[in-house]
Design a protein around this ligand. Structure first.
Ligand code: NAD
Ligand code: G6P
Ligand code: MN
Length: 455
């Protein structure tokens, strides 16, 4: 069987150990010749590599690990690249979350102004990464889950339309994990229908061995949210207080709109006032991650370096196993069905062909073959159109260097109550993102004088 060379861009990520562990567990199904870690922050990545080496050594002594900040060494002749960059790292995540909260607006890394800010930081580094991979690799597929995935996907569609990038998100699969616990069935016996944008969609059917169990889930979620007794055990990543609130908030969303099962991220758009009340302006999810997942991982690595004993440092979640399942389907043309982010091209009727949407698709070695969703009713269509416009305007703002379009993107976002508030948040964010954002210029409109001159 062919062995593949795989590079992980953003090798210093807190998720890398879990992903490599998932790769090791499935090494027979996805044979690897080499793993390469690539990051701009060499020091951070070297630390993470300590644990990665151990994870690999527990399974095999025949798999070299290359750790580098040199793109040529990272991508030369690779077959697959996992892209998981966090441009600006947790420091900027904290800023994305805290600036909107200062003005009473949802503070979230991928939704609302925070997501737009993170998008403006990530579009161009992502394009740069694609160019490097195209230059050095063996026509590699890039599996991208660098957030904000919706905006990154739109930026890539706009700027590198022919690149081999598959954009994905693990939220639906994490929700499905919980659904399978609630229904008492195996996740692999479940087939869902789903439509939406990334972090903005709905499950419309949940088939278990052919029977639609959505009605049962509807009643359950209206009482309990998307939580079950074993949640803390099976989904450790989403078990800290803010995530428990998020899974619980599916309850009011489902009570208000019982038709379909919402993606948990819809809480930010449908209940923004309620969410802001729940959020702590001084201590956001970024702080929770810095003090939790990141600290635990680095403390454990330090302890291992001192004592030679590795304490429990990380967990293997749905995140890693989803990515590995997906790359196996891509590598071996398995045509397995997963939810992915693709160009609409008629999948959701009534949305533009060039919208990046999240729908089920069969993953072949040529890429995803999306299923046709057909019509969706006005409520969902209108919500998606508004969010889509915000994301598209943001990408246009980046490409054109336009302050006006950025302000339009912020204003049109459903989490933002007024253009005054949009402007305050945008202006604060411009200052905070000085190192990262493209320059945004105000459009100069013709003055009365210049019009008179022409006459
Ligand atoms: P992290 O900060 O721990 O790791 C990100 C790494 O990316 C850092 O080591 C950083 O130095 C590196 N980086 C930043 N810019 C880079 C660039 N231009 N080139 C190469 N490396 C670069 O972050 P994390 O919390 O572990 O998350 C990693 C990424 O995965 C984030 O983008 C996060 O949003 C994303 N993520 C997405 C999903 C999804 O559903 N799509 C799920 C989980 C995580
Ligand atoms: C979910 C989402 C990801 C997001 C992650 C944040 O899995 O699908 O897009 O990156 O949550 O998790 P964190 O633990 O960093 O808040
Ligand atoms: Mn996601």
């Amino acid at each position: 069987m062919k062995k593949f060379k795989l590079a992980i861009a953003g090798g210093g990520s807190t998720f890398t150990p879990g992903i490599v562990k998932s790769l090791m567990v499935k090494l027979k199904d996805f044979p690897l010749e080499e793993i390469r870690l690539y990051d701009l922050d060499g020091e951070r990545q070297e630390k993470i590599a300590v644990i990665i080496k151990k994870v690999i050594a527990d399974y095999t002594d025949e798999l070299p690990l290359i750790v580098t900040t040199n793109p040529e060494i990272a991508f030369r002749d690779v077959d697959f690249v996992f892209a998981q960059m966090r441009v600006g790292k947790y420091k900027m995540r904290e800023s994305d979350e805290k600036i909107p909260l200062k003005y009473g607006v949802v503070g979230q890394e991928t939704c609302g102004p925070g997501g737009l800010a993170y998008g403006l930081r990530t579009i161009f580094p992502m394009v740069e990464l694609i160019d490097l991979v195209e230059k050095y690799s063996n026509n590699a597929w890039i599996i991208n889950y660098s957030n904000p995935a919706a905006i990154v996907a739109e930026g890539v569609r706009r700027l590198r339309p022919n690149s081999k990038v598959l954009n994905i998100c693990d939220m639906p699969v994490a929700i499905m994990r919980n659904m399978s616990e609630i229904l008492g069935c195996k996740q692999e016996d479940m087939t869902v229908n789903y439509f939406g944008l990334n972090h903005f969609g709905w499950f419309t059917n949940v088939f278990v061995n052919g029977e639609d169990r959505l009605p049962e889930l509807r009643e359950y979620i209206q009482q309990n949210g998307i939580l079950h007794e074993k949640h803390m055990e099976v989904d450790i990543q989403h078990s800290e207080p803010s995530w428990i609130k998020t899974y619980t908030n599916a309850k009011p969303v489902m009570e208000l709109f019982p038709e379909y099962i919402p993606n948990t991220y819809l809480q930010y758009y449908l209940l923004p006032d309620y969410i802001v009340e729940q959020q702590n302006k001084e201590y956001t999810r970024a702080n929770e991650v810095i003090d939790g997942r990141e600290k635990k991982l680095f403390d454990s690595i330090n302890e291992y370096l001192q004592t030679g004993v590795m304490p429990e440092a990380f967990h293997v979640g749905v995140h890693g196993s989803f990515i590995v399942d997906l790359v196996i389907s891509l590598a071996f043309d398995k045509r397995e069905r997963y939810l992915v982010i693709v160009e609409n091209n008629g999948a959701i009727a009534g949305l533009p062909d060039d919208a990046m949407v999240e729908v089920p698709a069969y993953i072949t070695s040529q890429g995803p073959e999306p299923v046709r969703i057909g019509n969706v009713s006005l409520f969902y269509k209108a919500l998606m159109e508004q969010q889509l416009a915000s994301e598209k305007l943001l990408v246009e703002a980046a490409v054109e260097g336009s302050y006006d379009k950025a302000l339009q993107a912020f204003t049109i976002n459903k989490t933002v109550p007024s253009a005054f508030v949009a402007k305050k948040i945008l202006d604060d964010m411009i200052e905070a993102n000085e190192e990262y954002w493209p320059e945004l210029k105000k459009q100069v409109y013709p003055s009365i004088k210049s019009v008179q001159k022409v006459r």
